[in-house]
Design a protein around this ligand. Sequence first.
Ligand SMILES: [Zn+2]
Length: 353
Amino acid sequence: MSFDLVLGQDRAIAVLRSALVSGRLAPAYLFSGPPGVGKRFTAVQLVKALNCERGGADACDTCSACRMVDREAFPDLYLPTRGERKIGKGSGDGTEGSLSLGEILRRLHFAPVMGRWKVVLIDPAEALTAEAGNMLLKTLEEPPQKTMFLLTAVVQHSILPTIRSRCQALRFTPLPPEVVRRYLEGRSVQGQLAESISRACRGSIEVAEDMIREGVMDQKALILDYLLSLFESPLGARVDDTNRMLGSLAESERQAVDRVHAILAILVRDLLWAASDAGTEDLVFVARSRDLVRLASRLGVRRVLDVASAAAGVGHGLRHNENPRHILLHLGNRLAALGAALPAVARSTHARS
Ligand SMILES: [Zn+2]
Protein backbone atom coordinates (compact mmCIF):
# COMPACT_ATOMS: atom_id res chain seq x y z
CA MET A 1 0.00 0.00 0.00
CA SER A 2 2.45 2.62 1.07
CA PHE A 3 4.91 1.66 -1.67
CA ASP A 4 2.16 2.60 -4.11
CA LEU A 5 2.63 6.19 -2.97
CA VAL A 6 6.16 6.27 -4.35
CA LEU A 7 5.97 7.94 -7.75
CA GLY A 8 7.84 6.88 -10.85
CA GLN A 9 10.45 4.57 -9.24
CA ASP A 10 8.98 1.25 -10.32
CA ARG A 11 12.29 -0.58 -10.67
CA ALA A 12 13.61 0.33 -7.25
CA ILE A 13 10.26 -0.48 -5.65
CA ALA A 14 10.06 -3.85 -7.45
CA VAL A 15 13.47 -4.81 -6.05
CA LEU A 16 12.47 -3.82 -2.52
CA ARG A 17 9.11 -5.57 -2.70
CA SER A 18 10.61 -8.82 -3.91
CA ALA A 19 13.29 -8.67 -1.19
CA LEU A 20 10.56 -8.18 1.41
CA VAL A 21 8.47 -11.05 0.02
CA SER A 22 11.40 -13.46 -0.16
CA GLY A 23 12.92 -12.25 3.11
CA ARG A 24 16.23 -11.83 1.31
CA LEU A 25 16.96 -8.32 2.43
CA ALA A 26 20.36 -6.72 2.03
CA PRO A 27 21.93 -5.40 5.25
CA ALA A 28 22.45 -2.06 3.54
CA TYR A 29 20.93 -0.19 0.61
CA LEU A 30 22.25 2.84 -1.18
CA PHE A 31 19.53 4.89 -2.87
CA SER A 32 21.11 7.22 -5.41
CA GLY A 33 19.56 9.80 -7.67
CA PRO A 34 18.87 13.52 -8.03
CA PRO A 35 17.31 15.49 -5.17
CA GLY A 36 13.55 15.39 -4.78
CA VAL A 37 12.77 12.15 -6.63
CA GLY A 38 11.66 10.11 -3.60
CA LYS A 39 14.77 8.55 -2.03
CA ARG A 40 13.99 9.51 1.55
CA PHE A 41 10.27 8.93 1.07
CA THR A 42 10.98 5.40 -0.18
CA ALA A 43 13.34 4.78 2.74
CA VAL A 44 10.53 5.71 5.14
CA GLN A 45 8.10 3.38 3.35
CA LEU A 46 10.64 0.56 3.65
CA VAL A 47 11.11 1.17 7.38
CA LYS A 48 7.33 0.95 7.78
CA ALA A 49 7.12 -2.26 5.75
CA LEU A 50 9.84 -3.81 7.92
CA ASN A 51 8.07 -2.94 11.14
CA CYS A 52 4.36 -2.74 10.33
CA GLU A 53 2.33 -4.49 13.01
CA ARG A 54 0.22 -6.20 10.35
CA GLY A 55 3.27 -7.83 8.74
CA GLY A 56 3.47 -8.60 5.01
CA ALA A 57 5.55 -7.00 2.32
CA ASP A 58 4.08 -3.53 2.54
CA ALA A 59 2.99 -1.14 5.26
CA CYS A 60 -0.61 -0.64 6.41
CA ASP A 61 -0.01 3.07 7.12
CA THR A 62 -2.44 2.99 10.03
CA CYS A 63 -0.90 0.94 12.87
CA SER A 64 1.02 2.75 15.57
CA ALA A 65 4.40 1.58 14.22
CA CYS A 66 3.60 2.97 10.75
CA ARG A 67 2.41 6.24 12.18
CA MET A 68 5.48 6.63 14.40
CA VAL A 69 7.79 5.96 11.47
CA ASP A 70 5.93 8.55 9.40
CA ARG A 71 6.61 11.09 12.15
CA GLU A 72 10.22 9.84 12.28
CA ALA A 73 9.59 9.14 15.95
CA PHE A 74 9.92 5.36 15.89
CA PRO A 75 12.40 4.15 18.54
CA ASP A 76 14.12 1.68 16.19
CA LEU A 77 14.61 4.23 13.42
CA TYR A 78 17.90 6.02 13.89
CA LEU A 79 18.70 9.28 12.16
CA PRO A 80 22.24 10.40 12.97
CA THR A 81 22.61 14.06 13.92
CA ARG A 82 24.18 16.35 11.44
CA GLY A 83 26.44 18.68 13.40
CA GLU A 84 27.65 21.52 11.18
CA ARG A 85 26.26 19.79 8.08
CA LYS A 86 28.50 16.79 8.58
CA ILE A 87 27.67 13.47 10.18
CA GLY A 88 30.55 12.86 12.57
CA LYS A 89 31.40 9.93 14.79
CA GLY A 90 31.09 11.58 18.18
CA SER A 91 29.04 14.02 20.25
CA GLY A 92 25.55 14.60 18.92
CA ASP A 93 23.98 17.96 19.58
CA GLY A 94 22.77 16.68 22.94
CA THR A 95 19.07 17.20 22.30
CA GLU A 96 16.76 14.41 23.33
CA GLY A 97 16.18 11.85 20.59
CA SER A 98 19.06 12.84 18.35
CA LEU A 99 22.11 10.66 18.58
CA SER A 100 25.55 10.71 17.08
CA LEU A 101 26.46 7.94 14.69
CA GLY A 102 28.89 6.52 17.27
CA GLU A 103 26.15 6.21 19.88
CA ILE A 104 23.75 4.72 17.34
CA LEU A 105 26.25 2.07 16.27
CA ARG A 106 26.72 1.06 19.91
CA ARG A 107 22.96 0.68 20.42
CA LEU A 108 22.57 -1.57 17.38
CA HIS A 109 23.97 -4.46 19.41
CA PHE A 110 20.81 -4.49 21.54
CA ALA A 111 17.48 -5.99 20.46
CA PRO A 112 14.94 -3.68 18.77
CA VAL A 113 13.00 -1.56 21.25
CA MET A 114 9.59 -1.85 19.65
CA GLY A 115 9.73 -3.16 16.07
CA ARG A 116 11.34 -6.08 14.27
CA TRP A 117 14.13 -4.16 12.57
CA LYS A 118 16.56 -1.48 13.66
CA VAL A 119 17.14 0.87 10.77
CA VAL A 120 19.78 3.57 10.43
CA LEU A 121 18.84 6.15 7.80
CA ILE A 122 21.80 8.23 6.64
CA ASP A 123 20.40 10.94 4.42
CA PRO A 124 22.49 12.18 2.75
CA ALA A 125 25.43 9.80 3.06
CA GLU A 126 27.63 12.45 1.43
CA ALA A 127 27.49 14.21 4.79
CA LEU A 128 29.47 11.45 6.53
CA THR A 129 32.89 12.58 7.66
CA ALA A 130 35.78 10.28 6.74
CA GLU A 131 36.05 9.22 10.37
CA ALA A 132 32.33 8.43 10.63
CA GLY A 133 32.54 6.59 7.31
CA ASN A 134 35.27 4.35 8.64
CA MET A 135 33.30 3.63 11.77
CA LEU A 136 30.24 2.78 9.70
CA LEU A 137 32.33 0.52 7.51
CA LYS A 138 33.38 -1.54 10.52
CA THR A 139 29.74 -2.10 11.42
CA LEU A 140 28.79 -2.89 7.82
CA GLU A 141 31.48 -5.56 7.73
CA GLU A 142 29.73 -7.38 10.58
CA PRO A 143 26.21 -6.01 10.79
CA PRO A 144 24.34 -6.79 14.01
CA GLN A 145 21.21 -8.97 13.78
CA LYS A 146 18.01 -7.41 12.43
CA THR A 147 19.75 -4.23 11.45
CA MET A 148 19.47 -2.38 8.16
CA PHE A 149 21.34 0.65 6.88
CA LEU A 150 19.70 2.96 4.35
CA LEU A 151 21.99 5.45 2.70
CA THR A 152 21.02 8.11 0.19
CA ALA A 153 23.29 9.96 -2.21
CA VAL A 154 22.89 12.11 -5.27
CA VAL A 155 25.79 10.35 -6.97
CA GLN A 156 26.77 6.79 -6.04
CA HIS A 157 30.42 7.48 -6.60
CA SER A 158 30.49 10.21 -3.99
CA ILE A 159 30.37 7.45 -1.37
CA LEU A 160 33.55 5.67 -0.23
CA PRO A 161 34.01 2.60 -2.46
CA THR A 162 34.49 0.41 0.60
CA ILE A 163 31.06 1.44 1.92
CA ARG A 164 29.46 1.32 -1.50
CA SER A 165 30.57 -2.26 -2.06
CA ARG A 166 28.73 -3.32 1.11
CA CYS A 167 25.43 -1.80 -0.04
CA GLN A 168 22.92 -2.94 -2.60
CA ALA A 169 22.67 0.06 -4.88
CA LEU A 170 19.31 1.20 -6.24
CA ARG A 171 19.07 4.02 -8.72
CA PHE A 172 16.32 6.60 -8.48
CA THR A 173 15.58 8.39 -11.72
CA PRO A 174 14.11 11.82 -12.49
CA LEU A 175 10.34 11.56 -12.65
CA PRO A 176 8.71 11.69 -16.09
CA PRO A 177 6.80 14.97 -16.67
CA GLU A 178 3.43 13.18 -16.77
CA VAL A 179 4.07 11.71 -13.31
CA VAL A 180 4.91 15.15 -11.89
CA ARG A 181 1.84 16.59 -13.60
CA ARG A 182 -0.44 13.99 -12.03
CA TYR A 183 1.13 14.71 -8.65
CA LEU A 184 0.57 18.45 -9.08
CA GLU A 185 -3.01 17.93 -10.20
CA GLY A 186 -3.54 15.90 -7.03
CA ARG A 187 -2.46 19.03 -5.22
CA SER A 188 -4.92 21.21 -7.15
CA VAL A 189 -2.30 22.73 -9.44
CA GLN A 190 -4.02 22.54 -12.81
CA GLY A 191 -3.75 23.11 -16.51
CA GLN A 192 -0.91 24.97 -18.15
CA LEU A 193 0.75 25.78 -14.82
CA ALA A 194 1.00 22.09 -13.93
CA GLU A 195 2.20 21.39 -17.45
CA SER A 196 4.91 24.08 -17.32
CA ILE A 197 6.14 23.11 -13.89
CA SER A 198 6.24 19.43 -14.76
CA ARG A 199 8.39 20.23 -17.79
CA ALA A 200 10.65 22.70 -16.00
CA CYS A 201 11.32 20.88 -12.72
CA ARG A 202 13.77 18.37 -14.22
CA GLY A 203 11.85 15.44 -12.76
CA SER A 204 12.11 16.58 -9.15
CA ILE A 205 9.05 16.91 -6.89
CA GLU A 206 11.18 19.05 -4.59
CA VAL A 207 12.00 21.53 -7.37
CA ALA A 208 8.32 21.51 -8.44
CA GLU A 209 7.24 22.31 -4.86
CA ASP A 210 9.79 25.15 -4.71
CA MET A 211 8.42 26.57 -7.95
CA ILE A 212 4.91 26.62 -6.53
CA ARG A 213 6.03 28.07 -3.21
CA GLU A 214 8.12 30.81 -4.74
CA GLY A 215 5.64 31.52 -7.50
CA VAL A 216 8.48 31.38 -10.01
CA MET A 217 6.24 29.77 -12.59
CA ASP A 218 4.04 32.79 -13.04
CA GLN A 219 2.96 34.01 -16.44
CA LYS A 220 6.51 34.99 -17.30
CA ALA A 221 7.74 31.43 -17.01
CA LEU A 222 4.69 30.17 -18.82
CA ILE A 223 5.37 32.45 -21.77
CA LEU A 224 9.06 31.56 -21.77
CA ASP A 225 8.19 27.87 -21.93
CA TYR A 226 5.81 28.56 -24.78
CA LEU A 227 8.49 30.46 -26.69
CA LEU A 228 11.13 27.79 -26.15
CA SER A 229 8.71 25.10 -27.30
CA LEU A 230 8.16 26.93 -30.60
CA PHE A 231 11.70 26.11 -31.70
CA GLU A 232 10.98 22.42 -31.69
CA SER A 233 7.30 21.81 -32.20
CA PRO A 234 5.49 20.70 -35.34
CA LEU A 235 2.71 22.94 -36.66
CA GLY A 236 -0.16 21.17 -34.89
CA ALA A 237 1.57 21.41 -31.51
CA ARG A 238 2.41 25.09 -32.12
CA VAL A 239 -1.23 25.90 -32.78
CA ASP A 240 -2.33 23.92 -29.70
CA ASP A 241 0.33 25.57 -27.52
CA THR A 242 -0.68 29.01 -28.78
CA ASN A 243 -4.35 28.38 -28.02
CA ARG A 244 -3.54 26.99 -24.59
CA MET A 245 -1.23 29.87 -23.75
CA LEU A 246 -3.75 32.49 -24.86
CA GLY A 247 -6.49 30.70 -22.96
CA SER A 248 -4.52 30.54 -19.74
CA LEU A 249 -3.63 34.26 -19.55
CA ALA A 250 -6.40 36.21 -17.88
CA GLU A 251 -6.37 39.11 -20.31
CA SER A 252 -7.29 39.95 -23.87
CA GLU A 253 -5.44 38.23 -26.70
CA ARG A 254 -3.85 41.51 -27.68
CA GLN A 255 -2.54 42.10 -24.15
CA ALA A 256 -1.30 38.53 -24.10
CA VAL A 257 0.68 39.10 -27.31
CA ASP A 258 2.08 42.30 -25.78
CA ARG A 259 3.39 40.20 -22.92
CA VAL A 260 4.79 37.60 -25.31
CA HIS A 261 6.56 40.41 -27.15
CA ALA A 262 8.10 41.71 -23.91
CA ILE A 263 9.27 38.26 -22.78
CA LEU A 264 10.60 37.53 -26.27
CA ALA A 265 12.74 40.67 -26.09
CA ILE A 266 14.24 39.46 -22.80
CA LEU A 267 14.75 36.00 -24.28
CA VAL A 268 16.66 37.50 -27.22
CA ARG A 269 18.85 39.45 -24.83
CA ASP A 270 19.51 36.31 -22.74
CA LEU A 271 20.30 34.22 -25.83
CA LEU A 272 22.76 36.85 -27.09
CA TRP A 273 24.36 36.92 -23.67
CA ALA A 274 24.56 33.13 -23.49
CA ALA A 275 25.87 32.85 -27.07
CA SER A 276 28.70 35.22 -26.21
CA ASP A 277 30.04 32.99 -23.40
CA ALA A 278 29.69 35.86 -20.94
CA GLY A 279 28.64 33.58 -18.08
CA THR A 280 25.14 32.74 -16.95
CA GLU A 281 24.82 34.70 -13.68
CA ASP A 282 23.52 37.77 -15.47
CA LEU A 283 20.79 36.04 -17.42
CA VAL A 284 17.33 37.38 -16.61
CA PHE A 285 15.96 33.85 -16.79
CA VAL A 286 18.84 32.48 -14.75
CA ALA A 287 16.70 29.60 -13.49
CA ARG A 288 16.57 28.37 -17.07
CA SER A 289 20.22 29.01 -17.84
CA ARG A 290 20.89 25.40 -18.85
CA ASP A 291 18.14 25.44 -21.49
CA LEU A 292 19.15 28.89 -22.69
CA VAL A 293 22.86 28.11 -22.96
CA ARG A 294 22.08 24.93 -24.86
CA LEU A 295 19.73 26.70 -27.24
CA ALA A 296 22.14 29.63 -27.70
CA SER A 297 25.05 27.35 -28.49
CA ARG A 298 22.99 25.52 -31.08
CA LEU A 299 21.71 28.75 -32.61
CA GLY A 300 24.95 30.70 -32.66
CA VAL A 301 24.98 34.49 -32.71
CA ARG A 302 23.80 34.78 -36.30
CA ARG A 303 20.60 32.81 -35.75
CA VAL A 304 19.97 34.58 -32.43
CA LEU A 305 19.84 37.75 -34.53
CA ASP A 306 17.21 36.00 -36.66
CA VAL A 307 15.21 35.47 -33.44
CA ALA A 308 15.59 39.22 -32.79
CA SER A 309 14.22 39.90 -36.24
CA ALA A 310 11.24 37.60 -35.53
CA ALA A 311 10.67 39.60 -32.32
CA ALA A 312 10.70 42.81 -34.35
CA GLY A 313 8.05 41.20 -36.58
CA VAL A 314 5.81 40.73 -33.53
CA GLY A 315 6.25 44.42 -32.65
CA HIS A 316 5.37 45.39 -36.21
CA GLY A 317 2.24 43.23 -36.16
CA LEU A 318 1.11 44.75 -32.85
CA ARG A 319 1.60 48.31 -34.13
CA HIS A 320 -0.43 47.51 -37.22
CA ASN A 321 -3.26 45.88 -35.28
CA GLU A 322 -2.86 42.52 -36.91
CA ASN A 323 -4.86 39.59 -35.56
CA PRO A 324 -3.08 38.45 -32.36
CA ARG A 325 -3.33 34.76 -33.28
CA HIS A 326 -1.87 35.43 -36.71
CA ILE A 327 1.02 37.29 -35.15
CA LEU A 328 1.82 34.34 -32.89
CA LEU A 329 1.35 31.81 -35.66
CA HIS A 330 3.79 33.75 -37.83
CA LEU A 331 6.25 33.96 -34.94
CA GLY A 332 5.88 30.23 -34.35
CA ASN A 333 6.57 29.46 -37.99
CA ARG A 334 9.73 31.56 -37.98
CA LEU A 335 11.10 30.08 -34.75
CA ALA A 336 10.24 26.54 -35.85
CA ALA A 337 12.05 27.13 -39.17
CA LEU A 338 15.10 28.27 -37.19
CA GLY A 339 14.80 25.25 -34.91
CA ALA A 340 14.51 22.85 -37.84
CA ALA A 341 17.83 24.12 -39.24
CA LEU A 342 19.70 23.41 -35.99
CA PRO A 343 22.07 20.52 -35.38
CA ALA A 344 20.35 17.74 -33.45
CA VAL A 345 21.03 17.29 -29.75
CA ALA A 346 20.93 14.05 -27.82
CA ARG A 347 18.16 15.19 -25.57
CA SER A 348 16.27 18.38 -24.96
CA THR A 349 13.83 19.23 -22.22
CA HIS A 350 11.56 20.73 -24.81
CA ALA A 351 11.53 17.91 -27.28
CA ARG A 352 8.10 16.47 -27.80
CA SER A 353 7.63 12.82 -28.31
ZN1 LIG B 1 1.39 -0.66 9.82
